[in-house]
Design a protein around this ligand. Sequence first.
Ligand code: GLN
Length: 314
Amino acid sequence: MLDDLPNTLQSIHDRERVRSDGQVATYIPELAKADPDTFCIAVTFVDGTSHVVGDEHAAFTLQSTAKPLVFGQALQIVGRKLTVSLTGVEPTGSSFSSMVGLDEIGRPLNPMVNAGAIVTASLMPGSTPEDRFEHVRAAVATYTNQDTTIDEAVYRSEKRTGDRNRALGYLLKDKGTIEGDVEETLDLYFRSCALRATTQGLANAAATLANYGLNPHTNERVVDETYIKDILVVMLMNGMYNYAGRWAYEVGLPAKSGVSGAIMAVVPGIMGIAVYSPKLDTYGNSTRGLAVCRDLVQRYDLHMFGSTMHPRNP
Ligand code: GLN
């Protein structure tokens, strides 16, 4: 059914390349320097086969696409009960940096908004900040199948200007949702967001989730299969922020976007899809990324409630 995928990716890329709507993120000043025309689409199947079209060498910072991966590590390290009691699984219906993302007892509504991701960062293991960062970096490297490093300029730019995240961090500490040094936790959060990947790397990460936690290239396990549903559910409900309802309706796949212009989407048991193009809509989702995902889902009937996913005669 997906035999013609390489040609399809090329024709979608040719068509969407001329799309000009959206704005590159500027609230992290360094991100404003991104070339708005950069555009890449990649797909990795659970057998490790990959297809990529466009600017395949362009590397970008993961930003919020790191959130489901760090959430997975929190589940893995402290278990489901504690992680979910500290980060919640309710949709926020508001933007990624919203203060509304906290419930009445000071708990984030979910780990896909910044408040929740600051909590999952606080749960990373290690006796020093470097150890904790290395834990995240190594997990991301296993997901992406790339030896990832941080983009120092983006990291410093966000650290310098990230006062809203700083406010969220201190609020979480005040409520007792996070413990320890707030600046250290925020530093780990900023560094996780500044980890780099190519579109192919992000598709590999999505394919690792589609492959129930096993990297399809190396067969290395990065998260236990039992936690995949936890990750995919919060991605489906919250991965696209206040666009999540429309996304579930139109695309119907667990996904995560980041303000660098990255989107990853997971077709469980089949493949991971990633798109990178820095122009964003008002929700902070890549405009070309949304268009590509909508098109692929319609063309191949990949919506999670579509008939391809649920054949009537199994
Ligand atoms: N680092 C970004 C922030 O905290 C991540 C947000 C995003 O990608 N949506 O604002």
